[in-house]
Design a binder for this molecule. Structure first.
Ligand code: HEM
Length: 154
């Protein structure tokens, strides 16, 4: 189960990023060009939040299986000296949770706004903040916190 979850979680990151980037792009263009908030905009608002929630579920399952997390919680005091263990035991989880909560709030607030400009504005701000947090918390191969591959296959 662990290897499958790891591959799924790794691949899903690209879907989360693609949805977020495209939603942000649509919100920015909609705002600049004074466009009406179309059905497609609403679909991307909705699906971006849904894809992030699916990634959250995979992440939670992975958290219960990961040898890094298990090792972190076995001896938290000494584990704090190991950046790799602290990253998966604490930082990655907390940053991603905050990002997904912000994304969810942004999506819900945009849905409730009545003016189209306000819908775009709300999406643009909240999704952009979430994107920055997610980008920082992803273990990119170049990350000083923990380096993982761009792609994993089954
Ligand atoms: C948008 C949200 C998230 C993204 C984009 C994301 C992305 C990633 C990526 C790219 C990896 C590296 C996978 C690899 O080694 O190839 C990873 C590892 C991991 N993620 Fe996430 N993650 C997210 C949310 C979460 C959440 C909310 C949790 C926990 C509740 C979580 C738990 C983990 C764990 C435990 C690992 C390390 C697993 C291991 O190597 O044993 N992730 N994540």
């Amino acid at each position: 189960m662990y290897p499958t979850l790891l591959v799924l979680h790794s691949l899903f990151r690209w879907l989360v990023l693609a949805c977020l980037l495209y939603s942000i792009y649509r919100a920015a263009v909609g705002l600049i060009r004074n466009r009406p908030f179309a059905k497609t905009d609403n679909a991307f608002r909705h699906w971006t939040a849904t894809v992030a929630h699916i990634q959250l579920m995979i992440g939670i399952l992975l958290y219960t299986q990961s040898p890094f997390v298990k090792s972190f919680w076995r001896h938290p005091q000494t584990a704090f000296q190991d950046l790799n263990l602290t990253f998966y035991g604490l930082f990655h989880l907390l940053l991603m949770l905050v990002a997904i909560v912000l994304l969810t709030i942004g999506s819900a607030m945009a849905k409730r706004k009545t003016a189209d400009r306000q819908k775009f504005q709300t999406m643009l701000i909240w999704f952009s903040i979430a994107l920055v947090l997610i980008f920082v918390a992803i273990p990119w191969p170049f990350s000083p916190l923990s380096g993982r591959p761009y792609l994993r296959t089954f």
